[in-house]
Design a protein around this ligand. Structure first.
Ligand code: ADP
Ligand code: ZN
Length: 650
């Protein structure tokens, strides 16, 4: 379905020809340790570039399977691969996961005791370690570099590589120091991995890291297992949030808010409603944050309400929904945040509650941040931070207001084309919004009202006049005596607000911040040339959308992505195994997905294997897990099937 853009180079075939024996060894390793029986399209060439010692840049969406690209070759190579990763918690999860799969891995960080460090260093020097995780800050310290030189490191893997680029949405100054890798370790190859990179960011990563003739592999950006919905936010968000949570009882979800205060309030409301919710934002203590993170990861908490501060460190693979209570600040951020849903490849839902006010909220935050940071991280380049940030913001806003397939627009943003006409997994393609009949006339009425009000008022007042509201404010300001008073009284105020924002996005209406005294600004509606073209009937291609009406009691249509992967799965067995997994995870103090991902549990609950031999064929069960956990899970399958009379080996 997805064609890579013509800019993408791919040498996959030549590599497959040069390393046939190694490729079969790779396949064996992947099956033995991870229980994975088929590589995804770009994983093999990505692994080949590691084996060949050729620098590479691998761009795949979150959940695309980037880690395997450097982990499997590390096992085959038999030396030590150094992985640079931005967050300690993320490293810890990866290390735990590798150890559970029977692979020697450790993380070095500054919180370790001298004894621990000594033991780790001994293992490293003895060549026992296949994967060594290091933070960028730690990497630049001389003792670390001495250590790495002693073992003659030949492979570096850089996770979340977009953090090195100031064009990206998540620039981290400490990543800049990795520029020295290619000069300090001239014999080593460097491999960069990221989920979010537009053409510009890609070029920048290559340049910043000084990659030599890198293999550039760009994966399929479409996340077919995610369904996207963008819904207009109506007043207090609680009701809209609860209706999403209701669809996902007992499942894991993340709710993103822009501000900390919103996080706290929503968490309180959800708890009061009996939902296992916890808060996460930078205003909490480190202890409180790690408590939330652990509870979520261990599945003792279902919902995390968070600011964007929450994310990089979480690795729970069975997040079934991501809900934004307001627009994120860029499409990159959106892709990354929604990307935390459904990492196990199973269906998940992404809902964004959008309002035209979101752009203004972000601009205010960004202006303040820019003022605070004037002396800070953005000084080393002459690009205006705010200009780039606004550009990202406007693209995001346009995306939200757009009336085209959400999957299609997202992959296009990442430089790919999408040729399905209907994705079957977004609000637009599922017919949840409809075009309003007579949009042109409605637009003309709205614009005339703005003109009659002499371009002096904001959206709220214009809507009130059009609806013919009989309030003191309207009478005081003379709104009731205008010819446009009550012209659109048959419509709901929320629809009128949405349509004004839609007219703004079609560039026939303008919202401008006007000073109101005391440094306060208020967004006021203004007209432009396009407005007059519409009013005079010279421009007629105006589209307005509204939510499709559902009959009372009728449920939302579900996307294929939402219904598909439960086929044949015995839900009770799945839930029992989930409980068993949680107990084992608690005992072993690892996150449940380290035991088995949801996809493995579902397949077990679908196939219901009668023996360990049959179990070995289930995806996600490698040798060491079969030995370690096989019998425990087999017992539960057997006893469940005996009790219920369900067939085995379906
Ligand atoms: P990323 O780092 O790209 O976000 P991960 O490396 O964490 O993604 O992989 C996401 C999930 O997909 C993991 O559970 C991993 O085991 C699984 N996975 C990776 N490659 C494959 C594959 N070829 N087949 C099945 N599952 C895979
Ligand atoms: Zn669609």
């Amino acid at each position: 379905m997805i064609k890579p853009s013509p800019m993408i180079q791919c040498h996959a075939e030549s590599y497959m020809q040069t390393l046939p024996s190694q490729i079969s060894q790779l396949n064996d390793i992947v099956a033995k340790h991870w229980g994975i029986h088929e590589l995804r399209p770009l994983q093999q060439p990505a692994m080949c570039s590691v084996l060949e010692g050729r620098d590479s840049l691998v761009v795949m969406p979150t959940g695309g399977g980037k880690s395997l690209c450097f982990q499997a070759p590390a096992v085959l190579r038999g030396d030590t691969t150094v992985v640079i990763s931005p967050l300690i918690s993320l490293m810890k999860d990866q290390v735990d996961g590798l150890i559970a799969s029977g692979i020697a891995a450790i993380a070095l960080n500054s919180s370790q005791t001298p004894e621990e460090r000594f033991r780790h260093e001994k293992d490293i020097l003895n060549g026992k370690i296949r994967l060594l995780f290091v933070s960028p800050e730690r990497l630049v310290q001389t003792d670390m570099q001495d250590l790495l030189r002693k073992i003659d490191v030949r492979t570096f893997a850089i996770d979340e590589a977009h953090c090195i680029s100031h064009w990206g949405h998540d620039f981290r100054p400490e990543y800049r120091q990795m520029r020295m890798l290619k000069t300090m370790f001239p014999k080593a190859s460097v491999h960069a991995y990221t989920a979010t990179a537009t053409e510009q960011v890609r070029t920048d990563i290559i340049q910043q890291l000084g990659l030599k003739d890198p293999e550039i592999l760009v994966g399929n950006f479409d996340r077919a297992n995610l369904s996207y919905r963008i819904i207009s936010r109506r007043g207090g968000v609680l009701k809209q949030v609860q209706s999403v949570i209701d669809r996902h009882k007992k499942e894991g979800g993340i709710i993103y808010c822009i501000r900390r205060a919103e996080v706290d309030e929503l968490t309180k409301d959800l708890k009061a409603a009996g939902i296992k919710a916890m808060a996460y934002h930078a205003g909490l203590t480190a202890q409180e944050r790690s408590k939330t993170q652990e509870a979520f990861s261990e599945e003792h908490c279902d919902v995390v309400v968070a600011t964007v501060a929450f994310g990089m460190g979480i690795d729970r693979s069975n997040v079934r929904y991501v809900l934004h209570t307001a627009m994120p600040k860029s499409l990159e951020a959106y892709q990354q945040e929604t990307g935390r849903a459904g990492r196990d490849g199973l269906e998940a839902e992404c809902v964004l509650l959008h309002s035209g006010a979101d752009v203004f909220t972000w601009k205010a935050i960004m202006q303040k941040a820019a003022a605070d940071q004037n002396q800070g991280q953005y000084q080393d380049n002459d690009m205006s931070y705010l200009e780039t940030a606004y550009e990202h913001l406007h693209l995001m806003d346009r995306y939200c207001r757009g009336a085209a397939c959400r999957h299609s627009l997202l992959v296009q943003h990442f430089g790919q084309t999408y040729d399905k006409d209907n994705c079957g997994a977004c609000d637009i393609c599922l017919g949840e919004t409809v075009e309003v009949e007579g949009a042109l006339v409605i637009a003309q009425k709205i614009l005339s009202c703005v003109a009659r009000l002499k371009e002096k008022y904001g959206i709220g007042y214009v809507a009130a006049v059009l609806r013919g509201e009989n309030s003191q404010e309207i009478r005081d300001r003379g709104g009731h005596s205008l010819s446009t008073y009550g012209l659109l009284k048959e419509y709901h105020v929320n629809d009128l607000r949405d349509w004004m924002y839609q007219l703004i996005s079609q560039e026939v209406l303008v919202q401008e911040n006007v000073e109101y005294g005391y440094g306060r600004t208020v967004p006021i509606l203004k007209l432009n040339g396009g407005s007059w073209n519409v009013m005079r009937g010279e421009r007629t291609n105006i589209r307005l959308l509204k939510p499709a009406e559902r009959k009372k009691g009728e449920r939302a249509k579900l996307s294929k992505a939402e219904t598909g992967s439960w086929d044949g799965v015995d839900r009770d067995l799945f839930e029992s195994m989930r409980e068993l997994r949680r107990q084992l995870a608690d005992e072993r103090r690892v996150p449940p997905y380290i035991i088995f991902p949801d996809s493995t549990l579902r397949e077990l609950a679908r196939i219901r294997p009668s023996s360990l031999e049959r179990m070995r064929m289930v995806s996600g069960i490698g040798d060491s897990k079969l030995r370690d956990l096989g019998q425990t899970f087999l017992d539960i399958v057997l006893s469940h099937c005996k009790e219920t009379g369900l067939s085995l080996d379906a």
